[in-house]
Ligand binder design. Structure first.
Ligand SMILES: NC(=O)c1ccc[n+]([C@@H]2O[C@H](COP(=O)([O-])OP(=O)(O)OC[C@H]3O[C@@H](n4cnc5c(N)ncnc54)[C@H](OP(=O)(O)O)[C@@H]3O)[C@@H](O)[C@H]2O)c1
Length: 268
């Protein structure tokens, strides 16, 4: 598994396993167990997914050393003013004594700066390995960087061929922020695309594999989700082929500003 160095020197596995919409208990437990079995070493969860408990149990039962698994979770919107308590609750559910990455889930207008300052404090106290944000646009990042002292290690945003956020990607690269691509498969809505199908066929790969590979080649961390063991395995089998410059450009050109999740541009 390849990894990417963050701006604080920590390393993050470039491919992770997303857990949004995996039901708590059996579904999450089995999917995370399958992911760990086939080699994923990075799990992305969040307080609001209501499945941190099952993620933690799957990690524990896997028998894999804690320090070999990168675990990320997120601070939910209504907890911005009590981030330390929310973090402790997440740790308790995950049955862990730290997470590798704690993200502000969404740039809630009035509370995001205060929440970030609390995360900075927790990071300085070495309670968290790295801190970052999610759903931040260039405008939100500029504001954060002008009012606080630590530059986020990560910005987790929706990013796939149909939402190729080039300006945001360039901004993040310029400031040493790693872009983490969520919904890298456009939430499964575009798997029949003809251009992607043709490219996939020429590499003897599937459309999801091409979408993941495209994002990795842009330098992103990528976190596809699946509840199906075969697809979980398929989505990590992306390190034995390479898209050409021409194919990368062709895929870049599919952009249609399709937000399948939130559109944080609308948030002041
Ligand atoms: N920070 C945020 O605000 C935010 C927002 C959204 C997502 N996320 C994170 O990003 C992760 C991934 O995003 P996502 O869950 O929205 O969507 P995604 O990974 O883009 O797509 C998941 C969908 O694609 C299907 N799928 C997965 N692999 C497939 C394959 N090889 N062939 C065919 N279909 C496949 C899945 O169905 P099956 O499960 O049935 O296979 C599911 O319907 C989330 O789980 C979460 O961790 C974060």
């Amino acid at each position: 598994m390849s990894s990417i160095k963050l701006n604080n020197g920590e390393k993050i596995p470039s491919l992770g396993f997303g857990t949004w919409q995996l039901k708590p208990m059996g579904e999450t437990y089995n999917a995370v167990k399958s992911a760990l079995d086939v080699g994923y070493r990075h799990i992305d969860t969040a307080h609001i997914y209501l499945n941190e408990g099952s993620v933690g149990k799957a990690i524990k039962d896997s028998g894999i050393n804690r320090n070999e698994i990168y675990v990320a979770t997120k601070l939910w919107n209504w907890d911005h003013k009590k981030a330390e308590k929310a973090y402790d609750k997440s740790l308790k559910k995950l049955k862990l004594d730290y997470v590798d990455l704690y993200l502000i889930h969404y740039p809630v207008t009035k509370t995001r700066i205060g929440a970030w300052k609390t995360l900075e404090k927790m990071y300085s106290e070495k309670k968290i390995k790295s801190i970052g944000v999610s759903n931040f646009t260039v405008r939100h990042l500029e504001e954060l960087m002008s009012k606080t002292s630590i530059i986020p290690a990560i910005n987790q945003v929706e990013f796939h061929p149909f939402l190729f956020q080039k300006e945001l990607l360039d901004f993040c690269k310029k400031h040493g922020i790693v872009l983490e691509a969520y919904s890298p498969l456009a939430h499964g809505k575009k798997l029949g695309d003809e251009t992607l199908s043709a490219i996939a066929q020429s590499h003897n790969k599937s459309v999801p594999q091409v979408m993941i590979r495209w994002s990795l080649q842009h330098g992103n961390v990528v976190i596809p989700k699946s509840k199906n063991p075969d697809r979980i395995k398929q989505n990590i089998d992306v390190f034995d082929f390479e898209l050409s410059e021409n194919e990368m450009s062709l895929i870049d050109s599919l952009n249609e500003n399709l937000h399948t999740c939130w559109n944080p541009e609308k948030t002041a």
